[in-house]
Design a protein around this ligand. Structure first.
Ligand code: NAD
Length: 508
């Protein structure tokens, strides 16, 4: 890890405030970053205070004046080079993600791969930021629409995807002509510093103005400054529903734009016509991958009565084979939770589940002893529950899987939709009618609905996000770029008259 820290110039004490090549003297509180993998202290990061934050916003405002004039394909060329720089740093950054956040090495690499993929996507997009043309009702007139950059995009990110979520936002925002200020999770500021160093090198080689990529490390107060700041026209916030309600209200009160990517409570329906062996892989990976700390983690399995017992037994057998331990060791399936606070939430949820009538068929618990010194390793658990239990309605960010029984497809869909969140959903079935029913307007109410694939592991090509308490935002692929731009409708009169719309006469 030493050489990786050196590669990104991460020392014992680091400023967490930067406008690109420049690192400001940060004067906020210091964050001590410890690894959940082995509990060791990695480094300290000094956060932004209000004066640091204001200095960064001023520099970003200046940078926007210039950056928005660059042709979009030229901005795309810079993002193409970002993709190359990320390829060059994939192994080092992936390892740092794994060590700072605790996800498996494969998932750490996968996260950097997502960043590379979104760069490729954004490069193509830089030549396709197109609007429509319309036929005018007036003779000798032409109408069309065009898309302009918004200005500063504030990015607030969660700990569980410490770097990919930033890139989903920033690569698109940059080709759109916006400038970005990133407030990473206070639990993972080191990977953010590493990304800022990679970006600074690419930007310097291309003469990108100082302030196009900014970093303001800090706790939630820094996010609150952003949410309340009218100089930040778009705040893209990823995290808990509690955070989203606060950010959404603050941004809404000033009529700014908020793109919210919040908590999920994702279910897979296991139909009587499911391929059970294939389903098992999707369910187990969905429930225990990233130790159940993905927004798209599988939290509920809604299983048909006729296959319930058989599938439950398969799950119990599979869970007995899970290897829990150091995520940097590729033989392990499950790494640690992010910190001890997450461990106590996990334990509390288990207690609440039992108190509400849940029956654990795979018991949870905290692992102790050699290799588990950080105190953050927990056993993935499975409980038989009712969907209506308050604990089942709530997103617990840990590997606890709830099993629910159903008899009819209508009932299964009602159970799947019967939670406040609406991020990801799936059905395992070989029955075309059931699959189409699940995908129809009366089917899943989530932003993501899959057939014969689990709930986690989205591709960047599609628009990513969810409904209801997940916040309604969409980012990454498809036409999600529109959120980062403002639409302008233009009407041009090339006739010798000035006819008014709707046939209104105004003769002088
Ligand atoms: P969190 O809500 O505690 O923190 C997320 C970020 O928001 C952090 O940077 C934090 O400092 C900031 N923040 C917290 N309160 C704030 C406030 N009032 N104003 C402004 N900023 C504030 O979430 P977390 O524990 O880091 O991440 C886990 C949560 O994120 C889960 O609920 C998970 O489902 C969700 N998540 C959602 C997606 C998605 O795309 N839908 C992706 C990843 C994570």
């Amino acid at each position: 890890m030493e050489t990786i820290l050196q590669r990104f110039d991460i020392r014992e004490n680091n400023s967490g405030v930067s406008t690109g090549a420049q690192w400001l003297k940060a004067t906020g509180a210091a964050l001590a970053v410890d690894s959940p993998v082995d509990g060791k202290h990695i480094a300290n990061v000094t956060t932004a205070d209000r004066a640091n934050y204001d200095a960064v916003v001023s520099q970003a405002e200046k940078a926007f004046q210039e950056w928005r004039q660059w042709p979009a394909p030229r901005r795309g060329e810079v993002v193409r080079q970002m993709g190359q720089a990320l390829r060059d740093n994939k192994e080092a950054l992936g390892r740092l993600v794994s060590y700072e956040m605790g996800k498996s090495l494969q998932e750490g690499y996968g996260e950097v791969q997502e960043m590379i993929d979104i760069c490729d996507f954004a490069v193509g997009l830089s030549r396709q930021l197109h609007g429509l043309t319309m036929h005018s009702e007036r003779p000798g007139h032409r109408m069309y629409e065009q898309w302009h950059p918004l200005g500063i995009v504030g990015i607030i990110s969660a700990f569980n995807f410490p770097v990919a979520v930033w890139s989903w936002n920033s690569m698109l925002a940059w080709v759109c002509g916006d400038v970005c200020i990133w407030k990473p999770s206070e639990k993972t500021p080191l990977t953010a510093i590493a990304c800022q160093r990679i970006t600074a090198q690419v930007f310097a080689a291309n003469g990108v103005p100082e302030g196009v990529s900014c970093l303001v490390a800090g706790e939630r107060n820094v996010g609150e400054w952003m949410a309340n700041d009218a100089r930040v026209p778009l705040v893209s916030a990823t995290g808990s529903t509690r955070m989203g309600k606060s950010v959404g209200a603050a941004v809404g009160a000033r009529l700014g734009r908020a793109l919210l990517e919040l908590g999920g409570n994702n279910a897979i329906i296991i139909s009587k016509d499911a391929d059970l062996d294939m389903s098992l892989i999707g369910c187990v990976f969905g429930a225990v991958g990233t130790a159940g700390q993905r927004c798209t983690s599988t939290r509920r399995l809604i299983i048909h009565d006729s296959v319930y017992d058989a599938f439950r037994d398969k799950l119990v057998k599979a869970y007995a084979q899970l290897r829990i331990g150091d995520p940097l060791d590729e033989n392990n399936h499950v790494g640690p939770l992010i910190d001890k606070a997450a461990v106590s939430q996990y334990l509390q949820s288990i207690e609440q589940c039992k108190a509400q009538g849940g029956r654990f068929i795979v018991e949870g618990g905290v692992l102790e002893g050699k290799g588990y010194e950080s105190g953050c390793y927990v056993k993935p658990a499975i409980a038989e529950v009712e969907n209506s239990f308050p604990i089942v309605q709530h997103e617990t960010f840990a590997p606890i899987l709830y099993l629910i029984r159903y008899k009819s497809m209508e009932e299964a869909i009602a159970l799947q939709n019967g939670v406040p969140q609406g991020l990801s959903s799936a059905i395992m079935t070989l029955n075309l009618r059931e699959a189409e029913q699940f995908l129809s307007a009366g089917g899943s109410d989530c932003g993501i609905a899959n057939v014969n694939i689990g709930t986690s592991g989205a591709e960047i090509g599609g628009a990513f996000g969810g409904e209801k308490e997940t916040g309604g935002g969409r980012e990454s692929g498809s036409d999600a770029w529109r959120a980062y731009m403002r639409r302008q409708t233009n009407t041009i009169n090339f006739s010798t008259k000035l006819p008014l719309a709707q046939g209104i006469k105004f003769d002088l």
